[in-house]
Design a protein around this ligand. Structure first.
Ligand code: AAL
Length: 421
């Protein structure tokens, strides 16, 4: 009986102590620690701080963006060498691959659509009329000696005959260099995008040279998930890197139904570029973003996370290549960013980061002439340069940029605004 009594008293004392700790955590006022110092300490100061102050010392590489190697602005430059038919919507280039350097030239592959009309939606699509900007597309490539002026070389991956994977469209490719051979992974559509959703698996082709000729493997290498699983319909944006002697392919899936469509990133790992690949049990591994863009950084991997989700407009980092944390917050990020990643395939344990790449601008020409174009971006997410202009944390926009994000007619009506007054 005594023992039972002692156990109850002990348990009550423990609860009181924990409760007390919880209360002191939230209400304890630090005693005479003085005001926060005038010069922001570079290291975490030994004092009681608010959650926000704690965070700049625990969550980020440096308490200020300009000292954070994983913070950068992004600058954009028009590319030369690509014709868009006067931007009438019949030609589109988008979703570029990582850029590789080989035999003195840069190479990039991308989704190329050249159709008699701009996209007309799933209902009006036919064997020649595209449903979406990437429908009826092939994979083309271009080369450059400076990354600004490009020479389009033509088709790399054609659409195969029906019913081979990708017969409707082969799009959104990325490159892997592995044991002296080259592999292009891409989305293989078997129906016009938009029939149900943007549904497709991933296929692969391989070559001995980045110039091709490419041999299609003609099998699905990253299959859709099982029924009811998050990635049951779409496996998008395959993005291969080499880590730990294996091939890591990050990808996106769209899941749920509009208006609550969710886009997150998964990871598959394999030893053979033609598969099989194993899906990581912790998938999804990134909760936001759209086209996946990553690069080895120090021991881990960094990710450019933009466009969708609760953590869009962030640069993230995973030392174990699986568990990502926000490393910085930024803006005006490159969409479908396809960086030049010199150590993408070297299985490095000291990733040096990136300074430039390609991206795309979409929805040009409005609904009637919908198409996309390639663009170059530059940044300083590199351990080997220190471009302070890229570490400026303010992106200056002219008033016209703000006015271009104006109120819709519904909002103006809700606000009782009458333009004619
Ligand atoms: C892109 C990518 C994939 C999608 C579509 C074309 O931005 O996410 O490739 O399927 O949009």
């Amino acid at each position: 009986m005594k023992l039972k009594l002692l156990a109850i008293v002990g348990a009550l004392a423990l609860v009181a102590c924990q409760q007390g700790t919880k209360e002191t955590e939230t209400t304890e006022q630090p005693k005479n620690q003085g005001g926060f110092p005038f010069v922001l300490p570079k290291e975490k100061p030994n004092r009681k701080m608010s959650a926000a102050m704690e965070r700049i010392y625990t969550d980020y590489e440096a308490p200020q963006p300009n000292h954070n190697e994983l913070f950068s602005q992004f600058k954009y430059t028009e590319l030369k060498g690509f014709d868009y038919n006067n931007h009438d919507g019949t030609i589109s280039r988008r979703d570029p691959s990582k850029i590789i350097f080989h035999n003195g030239k840069y190479y990039v592959w991308y989704t190329y659509r050249n159709t008699p009309t701009p996209p007309q939606g799933a209902e009006k699509s036919t064997d020649v009329i595209p449903s979406a900007d990437w429908d009826l597309a092939e994979i083309w490539y271009a080369t450059s000696t400076d990354g600004f002026n490009w020479e389009e070389q033509g088709v790399a991956i054609k659409r195969p005959e029906k019913p081979i994977v990708g017969w409707r469209a082969v799009t959104t490719t990325d490159i892997l260099e592995w044991k002296g051979k080259f592999y292009l992974y891409y989305q293989g559509f078997m129906e016009a995008s938009g029939k149900r959703g943007d549904d497709c698996p991933v296929a692969v082709s391989y070559a001995d040279s980045p110039e091709g000729p490419w041999t299609a493997y003609n099998k699905i290498v990253i299959p859709n998930g099982a029924e009811g699983e998050w990635d049951q319909y779409s496996i998008h944006d395959p993005y291969p890197l080499v880590h730990d002697g294996k091939i890591y392919i990050y990808y996106k899936s769209d899941f749920g139904e509009r208006p609550d469509l969710v886009r997150m990133q998964g990871l598959v790992i394999g030893d053979n570029p033609l598969g099989p690949f194993t899906k990581h049990p912790l998938n999804p591994v990134i909760t936001s973003g759209h086209e996946t863009s990553l690069f080895p950084f120090r021991k881990g991997v960094a990710a450019l996370v933009y466009k969708d989700g609760p953590e869009h407009n962030t640069i993230q980092y995973a030392e174990d290549w699986v568990n990502f944390k926000i490393a910085s917050i930024t803006e005006l990020m490159p969409y479908a960013a396809a960086p030049h990643v010199p150590d993408a395939f070297t299985d490095t344990k000291d990733g040096r980061g990136i300074t430039w790449g390609m991206a795309h601008f979409i929805a040009l020409g409005g609904k009637e002439k919908f198409h996309s174009k390639l663009v170059r971006f530059d940044c300083d997410l590199s351990l080997d340069i220190n471009d302070l202009e890229m570490k400026e944390h303010r992106v200056r926009h002219t008033p016209e940029v703000y006015y271009s994000q104006g109120l819709s007619s519904e909002q103006l009506k809700r606000l009782g605004y009458n333009k004619s007054k």
